[in-house]
Design a protein around this ligand. Structure first.
Ligand SMILES: [Zn+2]
Length: 169
């Protein structure tokens, strides 16, 4: 989505036509309800592309490499839930909440981070579980058995934007 109705409130040097940028952002984004935003796990700011960006060298990891990493992560997940004899569950997204705190249990540093963040960001129970699921998937993408602090931190960073919105509105 755009950051505001004019579409450019977060561009450096841009001044919204209708009202101060912060209010323009808050008013526009308040159109999405908190419960809806709570179901969005990955929120990333995408700045406008400039002419200079277009001549940058290609990223070091190409689409084929990323696709292989994703396929490997999905296979880890399929095997995990098959081993737990969960019929029909092949992804972390579909993991039942009762099992999640076992399957996606972060290491002690990760656990203390997500507990602190749950308070500071006022995560709902759903939000807490969804951060665990994203963290589990990030660990799977890294090929790691255990969800570590770095995975929890990344999962939280994708959530930060949506959780700030209801407070700003
Ligand atoms: Zn605006």
């Amino acid at each position: 989505m755009n950051p505001c109705r004019c579409g450019q409130a977060t561009e450096p040097g841009y001044v919204c036509r209708r009202q101060p940028n912060e209010r323009c952002i808050a008013q526009y984004q308040a159109r999405l309800s908190g419960p809806l935003l709570d179901r969005i796990d990955l929120s990333i700011d995408v700045p406008a592309v400039t002419a200079a960006d277009l001549i940058l060298p290609a990223p070091s990891e190409g689409s084929a490499e990323v696709a292989a990493r994703v396929a490997a992560a999905r296979e880890r997940q399929t095997k995990r839930y098959a081993a737990l004899r969960l019929d029909g569950v092949t992804t972390n997204a579909a993991c039942p909440p009762a099992l999640l705190e076992d399957v996606a249990q972060p290491d002690p540093e990760g656990l203390s981070l997500i507990r602190d963040a749950a308070n500071a960001m006022r995560l709902s129970a759903r939000g807490f579980h969804r951060v665990l699921k994203v963290g589990r998937t990030l660990a799977d993408l890294d090929g790691e058995e255990r969800v570590r602090r770095i995975h929890v931190a990344e999962a939280l960073s994708y959530r930060a934007h949506t959780d700030r919105r209801p407070a700003a509105a």
